[in-house]
Design a protein around this ligand. Structure first.
Ligand SMILES: C[S@@+](CC[C@H](N)C(=O)[O-])C[C@H]1O[C@@H](n2cnc3c(N)ncnc32)[C@H](O)[C@@H]1O
Length: 251
């Protein structure tokens, strides 16, 4: 049988959120490749070899997967959420573009998954119910000035925003700077939701006015959803509030 490469999204956590085509690809795979905690989500079985690696080696991991597929293996590269959102799909194509011509002959498919911002927006209500944008707050692969420019323009356009990779041990300061900038640009009562470990047993969801947000509310398992100026909260006695953005903007 000839080899193939699938780049699959495992969703935010709960395996019930995998798509049927992702589950099917995993049953047909000979090899699974990915960041250690994501590979661990795939059950062991006879005939399946797991290749787990650290999170800073995306291009090496992608090249390894492409090489195995070109040698005839059926390889699934796994990402959390959606593989095209700040994840492995683009890394595989960077490696393919820079690699030997044999990589271009491969059968390759990207299978989408539920990305963190959609799971978080759904858990809260419908924060992304109108126009929105997603920004990766990590400055590992882009200058901080670019992040600040995008934050300014997103707020100016009144998008709701999803912030991925807000804060890590290696980047403790950036999210504080981003929050300061957002507080200077937005009204103090603007709603912000810290959605941590969504769709896992550790899920927590906190919504509060931007003025009360502090950097320690986010870590690497958190996606931060900043509402637009139209985002509102519906209080419900005895039940969690609903946070949503109406579908319309007044004329
Ligand atoms: C490298 S990005 C990968 C994003 C992933 N491809 C996706 O589509 O969700 C990692 C960031 O995604 C967000 N994230 C991933 N899973 C999450 C979850 N279950 N709950 C909250 N945020 C999550 C966090 O912001 C985390 O720092």
């Amino acid at each position: 049988m000839s080899g193939w490469l699938v780049i699959a999204g495992l969703g935010p956590g709960d395996p019930r959120l995998w798509t049927a085509e992702v589950a099917e690809a995993l049953t047909e795979a000979t090899d699974v490749v990915g960041y250690t905690p994501y590979v661990a989500r795939v059950a062991d079985r006879a005939g399946l070899t797991k290749h787990a690696s650290d999170n800073r080696v995306e291009i090496e991991r992608a090249t390894h997967a492409l090489r195995m597929a070109s040698e005839g293996q059926r390889v699934v590269v796994v990402s959390s959420g959606d593989p095209g959102v700040f994840a492995m799909a683009a890394a595989v194509f960077e490696a393919l573009e820079a690699g030997p011509d044999t990589f271009r002959d491969l059968e390759i498919k990207v299978l989408p998954g539920i990305t963190a911002m959609l799971a978080a927006s759904a858990a809260a209500g419908a924060i992304l119910g109108h126009d929105f944008c997603a920004i990766n707050l990590s400055d590992n692969l882009k200058p901080w000035e670019v992040i600040e420019k995008r934050l300014r323009l997103a707020v100016d356009a009144d998008f709701a925003c999803a912030f991925y990779n807000p804060r890590s041990k290696a980047r403790p300061e950036g999210f504080g700077r981003a929050l300061e900038l957002l507080k200077a640009l937005c009204e103090p009562e603007r709603l912000v939701t810290f959605a941590r470990a969504v769709a896992t047993p550790e899920e927590t969801l906190i919504t509060l006015p931007l003025a009360e947000a502090t950097p320690d509310m986010a870590d690497m398992r958190t996606v931060v959803l900043l509402g637009s100026s139209r985002t509102r909260r519906i209080e419900r006695p005895g039940r969690s509030p609903i946070v949503y953005t109406p579908r319309w903007v007044p004329v």
